[in-house]
Ligand binder design. Sequence first.
Ligand code: PRP
Ligand code: HPA
Ligand code: MG
Length: 188
Amino acid sequence: MAAGSEQWYSDDIAEVVVSAEQIKEKTAELAKQVAADYADRGEVLLVGVLKGAVMFMADFARALEHPVELEFMAVSSYGARATSSGVVRIMKDLDRDITGKHVIVVEDIVDSGLTLSWLLKYLTSRGPASLEVVALLRKPDAVKVDVPVKYIGFDIPNEFVVGYGLDYAERYRELPYVGLLRPEVYAR
Ligand SMILES: O=P(O)(O)OC[C@H]1O[C@H](OP(=O)(O)OP(=O)(O)O)[C@H](O)[C@@H]1O
Ligand code: HPA
Ligand SMILES: [Mg+2]
């Protein structure tokens, strides 16, 4: 029987796109790759993009066998809608200077790429020593702006997904997997 959030939401999810087990395995794999690449670079500053990246940030930081500092930014381009408005608003800025730091942006998903494209320009202007991105999910067929993402977990179909940090109107973030939302749910 389904437990916890899965029980609440089971009628709203059409199918599981990436399972909790797959997320765990991939997170360990990405962490290993990043730790190897940054082995000679000292401390890394992870910048998590709230709110969507919160689950991935927590799991990725713990899987990474390398010292990190954690920072968060909150930007919003989706609001309560299922498509990007294209307008990125800063809801919460960095708390401190990132000049000379090795920065890795942690994102849950690259969809149109608009959020990340804007964010990378913004962070570059702050003078980090290096800047890369790790994203758990990417929708290759939805990309409107090409953004250089060095570390990618899964390429997924161009459909609206929820879970593991991803929401629809602030719901479903706590699901342990990434699932396809039934289109009827948008109509409610
Ligand atoms: O590539 P894009 O089309 O720009 O979409 C990706 C962004 O959209 C979502 O954030 P959202 O604006 O929904 O805020 P949230 O993380 O608080 O849900 C997601 O978490 C990414 O940050
Ligand atoms: O497919 C998605 N689901 C939830 N939030 C999102 N933000 C961009 N794409 C998505
Ligand atoms: Mg959202």
